[in-house]
Design a protein around this ligand. Sequence first.
Ligand SMILES: [Zn+2]
Length: 243
Amino acid sequence: KFTNAEGEDKTVYAGQLIDPTGQCKSSMWCDVGITEDELPIVVRLENARIRAWQGIPDVTIDNANQVIRLEQKPWQDINVENHVIEVDLSELAKSGSRVGISTVATVVSVRDDCGIIWRCPECRRTLSDDNCQVHGDVVGTRDIRMRMVIDDGQASGSVIIGSEPTLAFLDTDLSGFEDMLAEKGQFGFAQSLRERLLGRQLKVDGRSIVDDQGMMIIANVIEAVEVDAVLAATESRSKWGLN
Ligand SMILES: [Zn+2]
């Protein structure tokens, strides 16, 4: 909700748009008559504006008549819950920030600060020595994070892996993670990740943020691409005289 320049109270509606090429945020500055329980619905948008905030595109609807409901889908079914588009890392680097992407590239570096981090309870910035650069001395909340850099030979990007995808990747839970970290130490943990991942292909699903600092991918899921599978395929191809 917001108040416009004329002092009227208005509501802005936030939505998510999906088509076979990807997904995008939408903001509707009017009531377009779509209720949450009828979603997903298929619409055509006419004369909508594209805005970008921090490089993230947003399809902006100003009037309800810009939204036209369609009876039939112009495409095959899309999995709305898990709609992920495979994109090369170098293509991601050239485009704006995107959501719902999946990319595969080589792990070229693992940061030392993987493991448990402390965040400001106000703004979620990471703390150094219980100090937030905005809120000063605070009692931090604990979080888990891994950071690494992937590269496809043409572009590189840093990957931020939060608590949930980290635990899923390590196939453990919070207490298992804490036990492992207590045993190995933060640096030992980063070293074990390096042994396991450096030079290996990593598949990263998530969203990309591209700005003048470079590219960052916030991961929902990461998965080491099994080289054995590639080797096995190569072996069987040579066995059958294919190359
Ligand atoms: Zn803060």
